[in-house]
Design a protein around this ligand. Structure first.
Ligand SMILES: Cc1ncc(COP(=O)(O)O)c(C=O)c1O
Length: 408
């Protein structure tokens, strides 16, 4: 039995949630490196297959280390949330080999040819390519509108009965734009749409989309949940536990999108420090944003904690802190951007985000290379935009590195 005790604090759940005591008394959940599981008898095998006896059968279908990571994430996404009848919100998480695998399960388990997805500008580049290039030949199309203007959602839904899913990413990668979860989830529910949210940038510590009645949350666990850049992974979290345990599980298993015990083990250890890491990440990001905003070489800073950010109000409403991600445009565009990146001494030149160290990337030439320039610019991704995942180093060292790299 895993640990489903009720704790007063998020950190206690992050550390103890989902944990089962090991029969051999190992302190940490072991890495179950086994592709298959044994049966004591033919009858036991039959009962495991027909579901009358719980237990593991085959590694692609599940694994005890993976189960602990899944239960921990469910416990965090539902932390403190109650249903209308006062009962605790129950969620089911399925761990995947990557964020994109979790997204694929979400889409293929819920949509069919002829269905449409309503979504917004500035999605993660991979998500954008998936919905614009891979899904249309399967008969599933995306309608992309500016969902910051709420009336656009109503208008799109009213004019197209094929829209089945409202797909939101907030804050979005890489522009850090936010959409209003409460308003959009309510519109989605009024119109019987499936509402799904990519919660990767915020993590359940900063934002809990299930509070607003959404159906699914998905994470690239590669980022802040793992927190140390040690494994690629994804989590799909659903509130229809019955559907998650049946149809969605079936799709996940048949797609072969399973995680593995080692990556799940790394994820479990990473999640334990989520609260303390996010507090420090957010504190550092605010200081870095303040520094950049007053720097003469910087044209514009996009950080949700700055009142100058157009989404400051909506972020403040739905997030505990403004997160660790920021982007900024240097005066001097592309050349200034490349020059700046080349001069960094401590901050790391790399894509990805959510690690302990500060990562700095250039979306136009890296994550959004596949998105045509005019489309990128429509989403706010200019040639000179620099993206920063602010780490948990000493903030004075981060600022000192930026300062020396900003000098021409
Ligand atoms: C917001 C967001 N969603 C999804 C993904 C895809 O996740 P993964 O790389 O783990 O497949 C990423 C990756 O950067 C991301 O930033």
């Amino acid at each position: 039995m895993s640990n489903k005790k009720k704790y007063a604090g998020f950190s206690s759940v992050a550390i103890h949630g989902g944990h089962s005591n090991d029969p051999k008394h190992a302190h940490l959940t072991p890495i179950y490196a086994s592709s298959t599981y044994t049966f004591d008898s033919a009858e036991q095998g039959m009962n495991r297959f027909n579901g009358t006896e719980p237990g593991y059968i085959y590694g692609r279908w599940g694994n005890p280390t993976i189960t602990e990571a899944e239960e921990k994430i469910s416990a965090l996404e539902s932390f403190g949330l109650v249903n209308e009848d006062g009962s605790n919100v129950q969620l089911k998480t399925i761990l995947h080999s990557s964020g994109m695998a979790a997204l694929s399960t979400l889409l293929l388990a819920n949509l069919k040819a002829g269905d449409k997805i309503l979504t917004h500008y500035s999605l993660y580049g991979g998500t954008q390519e998936l919905v614009e290039k891979i899904l249309p030949p399967l008969g599933i199309e995306a309608i992309i509108v500016d969902l910051k203007k709420i009336s656009n959602a109503e208008e799109a839904i009213n004019s197209d009965a094929s829209i089945k899913m409202l797909y939101l990413e907030t804050p979005a990668n890489p522009t850090i734009q936010c959409v209003d979860l409460a308003e959009l989830a309510a519109i989605g529910k009024r119109n019987n749409l499936i509402v799904a949210v990519d919660n990767t940038f915020a993590t359940p510590y900063l934002q809990q989309p299930f509070l607003f009645g959404v159906d699914y949350v998905f994470h690239s666990t590669t980022k802040f949940l793992n927190g140390h850049g040690t494994a690629i992974g994804g989590a799909l979290v659903g509130k229809d536990v019955e559907k998650m345990n049946t149809h969605v599980t079936k799709v996940h298993r048949l797609l072969g999108a399973n995680s593995n015990a080692f990556d799940a083990y790394l994820l479990i250890q990473g999640i334990k420090t989520l609260e303390v890491r996010m507090e420090r990440h957010c504190h550092n990001a605010m200081e870095v944003a303040n520094f950049l905003e007053q720097h003469a070489g910087v044209h514009k800073v996009n950080y949700l904690g700055l009142t100058s950010h157009p989404d400051f109000a909506v972020a403040t409403k739905q997030m505990k802190h403004p997160g660790a991600m920021l982007s900024f445009e240097l005066k001097g565009g592309l050349d200034a951007g490349k020059n700046f990146i080349d001069k960094l001494q401590m901050c790391v030149r790399a894509v990805s985000l959510g690690t302990c160290d500060t990562l700095i990337s250039h979306p136009a030439s890296m994550t959004h290379y596949g998105v045509p320039k005019e489309k990128r610019e429509q989403y706010g991704i200019s040639d000179g935009l620099i993206r920063m995942s602010v780490g948990i180093e000493n903030v004075q060292d981060i600022i000192a590195d930026l300062e020396q790299a900003l000098v021409n």
